[in-house]
Design a protein. Structure first.
Length: 153
């Protein structure tokens, strides 16, 4: 499959995952439960989340398009499946079920997976590995927000 076809495929899967994760959130950030939480002082305004995830998924789709065009094997497919699962399930665990501790575990595992991508495949992808930076930075922020809620509520 060509790199462009992979990029398009991953755009569809990644944005589909975001949509499914949003659906699993129930009322999400507008729910009374979330609104009443003691949130971190560095919690960004709501619109930042949508802008961040749009940027992340575009960059990640390009990253995956490059990765899969040179390394389409069982390991990379499994790693991607784990990433999609963790990314989607966090919404359900945190926002729908209010399981803040489990949410922190899930988002921490997702962070490990994305950092694994960066460090494990950077020799093959060279500068294209930096397409993961928005995802890596956002996960560090999101993990800290989840941890703050766990400690302060």
């Amino acid at each position: 499959m060509s790199k462009i076809k992979y990029i398009i495929l991953f755009l569809v899967i990644n944005f589909g995952g975001l949509a499914f994760g949003s659906w699993l959130m129930d009322s999400g950030p507008t729910a009374e439960w979330y609104i009443n939480l003691d949130k971190a002082p560095w919690t960004p305004p709501g619109w930042v989340f949508g802008a961040a995830w749009t940027t992340i998924m575009i960059c990640f789709s390009f990253y995956l398009g490059h990765l899969f065009s040179i390394l389409n094997n069982t390991k990379s497919k499994l790693l991607f499946a784990i990433q999609v699962f963790l990314n989607v399930i966090w919404n359900y665990v945190f926002f729908n079920q209010h399981l803040v501790t489990v949410g922190l575990i899930v988002i921490s595992l997702l962070t490990v997976v994305i950092f694994y991508y960066f460090f494990n495949y950077r020799k093959q992808l060279k500068s294209k590995s930096y397409l993961l930076l928005p995802y890596m930075i956002w996960l560090l922020i999101a993990t800290s927000l989840n941890a703050y809620i766990l400690v302060n509520n």
